[in-house]
Design a binder for this molecule. Sequence first.
Ligand code: MN
Ligand code: MN
Length: 292
Amino acid sequence: MDTEKILKAGKIASEVKKYARTIVKPGISLYEIAEKIEEKIKEKGGKPAFPVNLSIDNIAAHYTPSNEDKTTARGLLKIDLGVHVDGWIADTAFSIDLENNEENKKLIEASEKALQNALKIAKMNCSLNEIGKTISNAIESSGFSPIINLSGHGMEKYQLHTGITIPNIDDNKNIKLKEGLYAIEPFATTGSGRVHDGKSSGIYELKNEKNVRSPIAREILEFIIKEYGTLPFCSRNLIKKFGTKALFGLKQLESNGNLHSYAQLVEIPSSKVSQAEETILILKDKVIVTTL
Ligand code: MN
Ligand code: MN
């Protein structure tokens, strides 16, 4: 692990999070928010580790605006951003109430409280289900439900999800937290406590590098390999480089089986979801919250 780069990515993420709070107002387009955040990350010497997720109300995660998206900021908005420095990732999120609604505010407090409580106990050899229990206790005592099929995760160089999950409930698995880089991310909801796959999000990830016939698709594939590697990206990013023909190339790559396409993660209609997330570096003798 490269501690210096991990801390640098965390510091950039923390600064960009503060910046994001100054630009997000009701009525600003999600497109403008996403572009400004991703630009700010680059300005500060990092790269986006994934497209900024801007998910409203019952969409829990994986919404990023496309070029044509006219959606404006409203309701209960989750802002989830990632930074990497040479592949070392910081993943952090917060929620904002844009309609001055009491229930939204309580939901936001619930996921933040759950995160703060989890951060207090997360250390070397702590059980992951203890963290999960702490998270669900905080959310349930506020009168809401944790989303049980979303979880925190281990991270490695150029790898956003290692396969280690930090549950948002007590899953009865007594796995110990080891040295490494992790994201903890409680979600609180007025809904069912489970998300399902919604519409396609326009967020993709490279699955394999197999040959594709169309020249533009091949050109885009090479760019994806070089620029994103195994990290997620979206059409906005490619249109900047290739113009709108990127959309044609993306379609080709998708049907050729080169890409994994993410779905939006959605709670039941009329429900609300809040999220809070920080990245932690667990070392033998200490824990650093890199994104504070
Ligand atoms: Mn995140
Ligand atoms: Mn995450």
